[in-house]
Design a protein around this ligand. Sequence first.
Ligand code: ADP
Length: 283
Amino acid sequence: MAKATTWSKPASKALRAAGVKVGSIDTSATPGFKGDKRAGEKLLAERQLVLSDLQERLYANGRSGDTRSVLLVLQGMDTAGKGGIVRHVIGSVDPQGVDHAAFGVPTAEEKKHHFLWRIRKQLPRGGQIGVFDRSHYEDVLVVRVHELVPPEVWGKRYDEINKFERKLVDEGTTIVKVAMFVSLDEQKKRLMQRLERADKYWKFNPADIDERAYWPAYQEAYQAVLDRTDTDFAPWHVLPADAKWYSRLAVTELLIEALQGLKLDWPAAQFDIEEQKKRLAKA
Ligand code: ADP
């Protein structure tokens, strides 16, 4: 029997970004978790049930008029595992209760608007877990690295993002921000796998190889994101993502903590239970 293992502290504390230097993140670490891969996978299966129960409560309350929601913001370099989080963490809850949005290169229409325009359209409705696979942070990451707009424009966006998130939180959205970090070597391995396996070709984009040359610029851009948008109301979590089992477990825990924070009871019956039982017995 595997020894019972658990977290030495809540994932939200173990991964808290405050003061982190991007260049010194140990991407293969498993902060806060004492077990190995086997223990992690076993625990994940158990915790997915807890997450699923909490999500159903959120959804049920939403159906009863509760306007609160949870928004998971996933950022990370190519191959960091954002898709795996969507599939293996979010995939364990009822899809009815998930508002999923992936943000790629803006369309011609989106480019005509403020960078938050397309983001606002995809915010989770009350009772939903929203998932942003990439997000408004691309507008200070890829945009900054490739100088897609002048520095005066992207430079203002950190404050705009903080203001935007403050308002979202005030309106009842709990924001869970996760920045996933893999090492340059691990990324190479994952890209190579995409070239070696027929079931992975579809994920390969030749431009991903060119992006590797910009790694230091991305590290700098991520550092600025953590330094300028890690707030009390919408904190960043820095997730070492070389070990997929760990990143999935950690995000599951972060979502559980966020949902538990909402203190979700099941909504009360809006009818007289005894009366309805009697009616049903006769029907
Ligand atoms: P993924 O690589 O996440 O599987 P895509 O193939 O759709 O998904 O790629 C998304 C691409 O869109 C990434 O290269 C990302 O940097 C880019 N992108 C996302 N948001 C923006 C933005 N606001 N401006 C420019 N490029 C963006």
